[in-house]
Design a protein around this ligand. Structure first.
Ligand SMILES: NC(=O)c1ccc[n+]([C@@H]2O[C@H](COP(=O)([O-])OP(=O)(O)OC[C@H]3O[C@@H](n4cnc5c(N)ncnc54)[C@H](OP(=O)(O)O)[C@@H]3O)[C@@H](O)[C@H]2O)c1
Length: 458
């Protein structure tokens, strides 16, 4: 019997925010749930550090009680190489380390680029130079963090460059929202429930909204954030990906390329028709932000999908930093039905809310008879995800790591989806930048924007 091959995770950007907050906890959870047994993590960055420090920095971000055996395993198997991504000479050190791990049985490789996309090209081409990109008797996969590029032109250029090095089947363009359980559940909800799919169209749906509000600012990520802003940081990837899952046509199967085919096809027909952008007061005094920055920290959009299923249905996006509350949800509002009572019926139709945060779950608003009255009122059927499955269901990055190990690209962004979403946001005309107070509901102009949107907003 062939001996089990170990996996080497080479993490570029190991001293960064993402590694400590998400990647170490993600790998730890995978180890805890026995999703991986034999592995090494090799962290890479410029400043002096160590495997011990990298693993310990991630420990603070692990949710719930720590399983000491799983964490000790992560700690013992995390190592570090100090190098500069731009220095070709430094890759010789890396090559030697990789060769050593290969001879010790860690031949399958995941190169995880937890860096800005301006570093993707230099890292990928140096990996090719040291001869570690080809798949011989093992597999080699490369993960690129989002955002991939800054617009369609740069995304295409970058993509062409990495395609000279890696085959599309080796490339995993990550969007961590796609690894969230409730997001993975969207297609199951839509396509395995006969009560939903027949009404999931313009004849029955009145409007759709996707809201990803945050109650914190940019934290330590000022320099990165200021060169992107809300539209590139959230809309181009997370929000359009969520929309594509909610509105795509039925795939032939939940495996292989079928889902990505349908998502790419849907995104071809999406247009942003109206935009409102804002910036929270005090943003330009934060570390790393130029005093005259015009970068938006808030964006609301109206969209439409030009296809037979969705023609004429208004779609609303909203995302922003430093708002009054953190909330992530997708809401499908259904058209109201005729009221058959003489007196009252709710003016609202049904609605289905897929709630990612807080209290992950699914909420269905139905109409029901008011007790003792000849009238109808809204009632709520609420499915609480944590109550059913416990609070520690797999988190986004853990699920995505699992998919990378399995070679499942369904939860990653294929190149055509990427290009189609850049085409959508490249056309956004931002207009006036509206200031808003921290912890508020956003710019004052939002009220009018919402009113005119034709979308029922809770
Ligand atoms: N943080 C998040 O929550 C989050 C969420 C989703 C996506 N992302 C994406 O993940 C990527 C990384 O984000 P981040 O927040 O972790 O950024 P970050 O905190 O700024 O970390 C950047 C990392 O890259 C290293 N680095 C930069 N230039 C280098 C060079 N020339 N040579 C060697 N190392 C270098 C830094 O190490 P030294 O400083 O030690 O050199 C650091 O480890 C970005 O694409 C971001 O969009 C982040």
């Amino acid at each position: 019997m062939e001996k089990e091959k170990g996996v080497l995770f080479v993490v570029f950007g190991a001293t960064g925010n993402l590694t400590k907050k998400k990647l170490i906890p993600g790998i730890y959870n995978l180890v805890k749930r026995k999703g991986i047994k034999k592995f090494k993590i090799l962290g890479i960055a410029r400043r002096p550090s160590s495997g011990h420090k990298i693993a310990m920095s991630g420990k603070k971000h692990i949710d719930g009680k720590i399983d000491s055996s799983a964490f000790s395993n992560v700690l013992a198997n995390t190592h570090y190489v100090q190098m500069d991504f731009s220095e070709s000479i430094d890759y010789v050190k890396l090559q030697q380390r990789i060769q050593k791990y290969e001879s010790d049985g860690f031949a399958n490789k995941v190169f995880y680029l937890a860096t800005g996309s301006d570093k993707f090209e230099v890292i990928s081409s140096n990996l090719k130079k040291i001869g570690v990109t080809k798949e011989k008797k093992c597999w080699t996969r490369v993960v690129y963090e989002k955002p991939f590029g800054k617009n369609l032109k740069s995304a295409k250029k970058l993509n062409a460059c990495i395609h000279k090095i890696f085959d599309e089947k080796q490339i995993y363009r990550i969007d961590h929202y796609l690894g969230k359980e409730l997001v993975e559940n969207v297609l199951v909800l839509r396509f395995t429930n006969r009560v939903l799919e027949p009404v999931w169209n313009k004849y029955h749906v009145e409007s759709i909204s996707v809201v990803l509000d945050e109650n914190v600012g940019i934290g330590e990520r000022g320099a990165y954030y200021d060169s992107y802003g809300a539209v590139l940081d959230m809309v181009q990837n997370h929000m359009l990906q969520l929309l594509s899952l909610v509105t795509m046509e039925m795939p032939e199967s939940f495996s292989g390329d079928f889902i990505q085919n349908k998502k790419a096809e849907l995104l071809k027909n999406v247009r942003i028709t109206k935009t409102l952008v804002g910036q929270y007061k005090g943003y330009t005094s934060e570390s790393g932000i130029p005093k005259n920055s015009k970068t938006e920290t808030f964006a609301a959009h109206l969209l439409k999908i030009k296809n037979p299923r969705w023609n004429g249905v208004p779609i609303y996006f909203r995302t922003g930093k430093f708002l009054g509350k953190k909330e992530s949800k997708i809401v499908i509002n259904f058209k109201p039905v005729k009221c058959l009572f003489d007196k009252t019926c709710p003016s609202n139709g049904n609605s289905l809310e897929i709630r990612l945060f807080p209290n992950p779950g699914i909420e269905l608003i139905l109409n029901s008879k008011s007790p003792g009255k000849q009238a109808a009122r809204n009632i709520k059927m609420d499915f609480c995800y944590d109550c059913e499955y416990g609070p520690n269901t797999p988190e986004g990055y853990e699920n995505l790591f699992k998919d990378i190990l399995l070679g499942n690209q369904t939860t990653f962004t294929r190149e055509d989806e990427l290009f189609n979403s850049w085409k959508i946001v490249d056309k956004v005309s931002r207009g006036k930048l509206h200031k808003y107070s921290k912890k508020s509901t956003g710019p004052k102009a939002l009220e009018k924007f919402n009113k005119n949107s034709g979308v029922r907003l809770a």
